[in-house]
Design a protein around this ligand. Structure first.
Ligand SMILES: [Zn+2]
Length: 149
């Protein structure tokens, strides 16, 4: 996690570089369902305990629903009972990017796909889960696709 405070302009990565997949908002709206668009492009949150992958326990990989970049694997998924799929680390350090999110009156760290900038969820640290990182990547099911090997 970085401690920087990047601009919240979604057109570029927090470090100022361009996303690999760049579409106009019209193109995203065409490609995604209204619910997917709301979460991925407008940083919405799906209702707790209703996402399709919250209790998914099979082995497989999770990729971005907007651009298909691989983001997480089942190896790092754990049962946090928080109502959303939870992972203790992304597939690779550069799979995701982080933005400071001060909405809702508190500071949280937003997690986005590093390839297209799609909103995935938030990451929380120091909650005491017995995982190797003590991080909880709280990810919307609707932001990802799940594939079994
Ligand atoms: Zn993506």
């Amino acid at each position: 996690m970085s401690g920087s405070t990047p601009a919240r302009d979604g057109s570029k990565r927090p470090d100022g570089s361009d996303y690999t997949t760049v579409l106009s908002e019209d193109q995203w709206q065409e490609k995604l369902t209204p619910d997917e668009y709301h979460v991925l492009r407008q940083a919405g949150t799906e209702p707790a305990f209703q996402g399709e992958f919250t209790d998914e326990k099979r082995s497989g990989s999770y990729s971005c629903r907007a651009c298909s970049a691989e983001l997480f694997t089942s190896d790092t998924k754990f049962d946090s009972r928080c109502g959303w799929p939870s992972f203790y680390e992304p597939l690779a350090k550069d799979s995701v990017v982080y933005l400071e999110d001060t909405s809702m009156g508190r500071t949280r760290t937003e997690v986005r796909c590093a390839a297209c900038g799609g909103h995935l969820g938030h990451v929380f640290e120091g909650e005491g889960f017995e995982t190797p990182t003590d991080l909880r990547y709280c990810i919307n099911s609707i932001s990802v696709n799940f594939d079994t090997p």
